[in-house]
Design a protein around this ligand. Structure first.
Ligand code: PBG
Length: 332
């Protein structure tokens, strides 16, 4: 007896919005989103030329913007400071000044919105006169070297300074070897055992960071970041970095950029029990923004789809400059 051949009709599961809702595999929610915010000294808010739609906020402007983000349903922010040139030095001492811009911003947010999760970037580039994430040494041939262990000592002081100011999570973005363990140890020694580490685990040497460096005037003065950020061609190496970060005590592993590295997000998701974050970086944002500006694509829809794709690849949380807008869309 031959069985009746049953027509296979996957479209039945797409027949109306309610059915599509039932079978939907990936849900994006405002609770998944982390909103990166730029800050600067002074009383004025400066629109960022290289990143239309983004602003370098004064502390007052920052509080207003965090308020709007909270109203849209976003409850986590990550801070990026623009530091005045006069405070940039070879050893980036300003990065652990307790009265510096970042500690004041953390305190201001925590005072107004104690429930908001404040994340800080731990790296030297905004503070370093060379624009590198670590301390720069020049050899007799004029070659630049980023000095790993000396940098780590400074990163530990920076992380501690942020913890003292009230940061909930510190996020080392520098890619020095061994910095997660050192930061964990420093925080624990100072009784900040509840401050989490969101490690930039697989951070690639990416041209997609261009607009961000414009926003902060933080581009390297010489050389590039290829001796510490990862080669875009490598995937296995991301697993090696992930293993190290797990062993060193990271709480969350991050992949950056996000959209062009969905395979890396998936690989790390499949190989760790830790939460995975992904950073939709400035260049990814700008490509959508600029195409939408001339009406080539629909900004809202493409932004949403880009984030669903990142979540589907395995990210539990996403850093995105669209956070506030997308959260509003999700609220309907
Ligand atoms: C620096 C840092 C960078 C970004 C976040 N932290 C730039 C870089 O590594 O050069 C980029 C974010 C973006 O492009 O949106 N430590």
């Amino acid at each position: 007896m031959s069985a009746r051949s049953i027509p296979v009709r996957p479209r039945r599961n797409r027949k109306n919005p309610a059915v599509r809702g039932l079978v939907r595999e990936t849900q994006l929610s405002p609770a998944d989103l982390i909103y990166p915010l730029f800050i600067e000294e002074g009383d004025t808010d400066t629109p960022i030329e290289s990143m239309p739609g983004c602003t370098r906020w004064s502390l007052n402007g920052l509080i207003k913007e965090v308020g709007e983000a909270v109203a849209s349903g976003v409850s986590s922010v990550v801070l990026f400071p623009a530091i005045v040139d006069s405070l940039k030095t070879p050893l980036a001492e300003e990065c652990y000044n307790p009265d510096g811009l970042v500690p004041r911003a953390i305190a201001a947010i925590k005072k107004e919105f104690p429930q908001v999760v404040v994340i800080t970037d731990v790296a030297l580039d905004p503070y370093n006169s060379e624009g590198h994430d670590g301390v720069v040494e020049k050899d007799e041939h004029g070659e630049l070297h980023i000095v790993n262990d000396q940098t780590i000592d400074i990163l530990c002081q920076q992380a501690l300074c942020h913890a003292r100011a009230g940061a909930d999570i510190v996020a080392p973005s520098d890619m020095m070897d061994g910095r997660v363990a050192a930061i964990r140890q420093t925080l624990d020694d100072e009784h900040f055992d509840s401050v989490s580490i969101l490690s930039y685990t697989a951070k690639y040497a990416s041209a997609y960071y261009g607009p961000f460096r414009g926003a902060l005037d933080s581009a390297p003065k010489g050389g590039d970041k290829k001796t510490y950020q990862m080669d875009p061609a490598n995937a296995r190496e991301a697993l090696r970095e992930a293993d190290l970060d797990v062993a060193e005590g990271a709480d969350i592993l991050m992949v950056k950029p996000a959209g062009p590295y969905l395979d890396i997000i998936r690989t790390i998701r499949d190989n760790t029990d830790l939460p995975v974050a992904a950073y939709q970086v400035s260049g990814e944002y700008l490509m959508i923004k600029s195409a939408a500006k001339d009406g080539w694509i629909d900004e809202e829809k493409v932004a949403m789809e880009s984030l669903i794709g990142i979540k589907r690849a395995g990210a539990d949380m996403i850093l995105t400059y669209f956070a506030k807008d997308v959260a509003r869309q999700l609220k309907g």
